[in-house]
Every structure is written in C-alpha cells, then in structure tokens.
Write a new protein. Structure first.
Length: 95
C-alpha cells in the first residue's frame, strides 16, 4: 500500500452506488482507499493473475494498527462485505 496515492471516503459512502463505483475505480487504478478509522482497502494482481483486494478494518488508535486483514477476489464481494461492516460492525470472512 505504501507508495500509491490514498483516497478518502466518508462513513456510509460505500453504501451508495456512487460510493461502490468510486471504490472499484480507485482500486482498479492501483490506489488505496480509506474510510476514517473504519477500513482501508487496496488491490493488486495475485500470482495467478486474479485481482486480490485487501481490506484492513478497525484501526486501533493506541497502537496505530488495524485489527483485521481480509482478502477478496471480487470487487462485488468486497463491496458487499464493506456494506455489511459499515451497517453492523461485523466484517464477513474473506474468500
């Protein structure tokens, strides 16, 4: 994630279609995306050629570390997971 530009979203923005499009476009370009202390996402091409989306969630302000890292291989599944996380505080397991 270091070295690439980082873009900000506000909490709840991923819940809209515009927010989902922004998520997809920013990660597709190879940039990272962050939503406050809730989550941060980046994407890169895995060895098998698939896109791997890494989502870190729950930034602990005392240690400045994320509580969890989850990986997805589909933008749609990553968006669904982030929407659930923002609505409920529960991050679904990755793929």
């Amino acid at each position: 994630m270091a070295g690439s530009p980082s873009f900000e979203m506000t909490p709840g923005q991923i819940l809209s279609d515009v927010g989902a499009n922004t998520f997809h476009k920013v990660l597709q370009r190879g940039d990272s995306l962050r939503c406050s202390r809730l989550w941060m996402a980046s994407a890169h091409r895995a060895e098998d050629g698939e896109i791997e989306i890494e989502i870190c969630c729950g930034l602990d302000p005392r240690s400045d570390r994320w509580d969890a890292e989850i990986y997805y291989y589909s933008f749609d599944r990553a968006i669904i997971a982030l929407r659930e996380y923002e609505r409920t505080g529960n991050m679904p397991e990755g793929e």
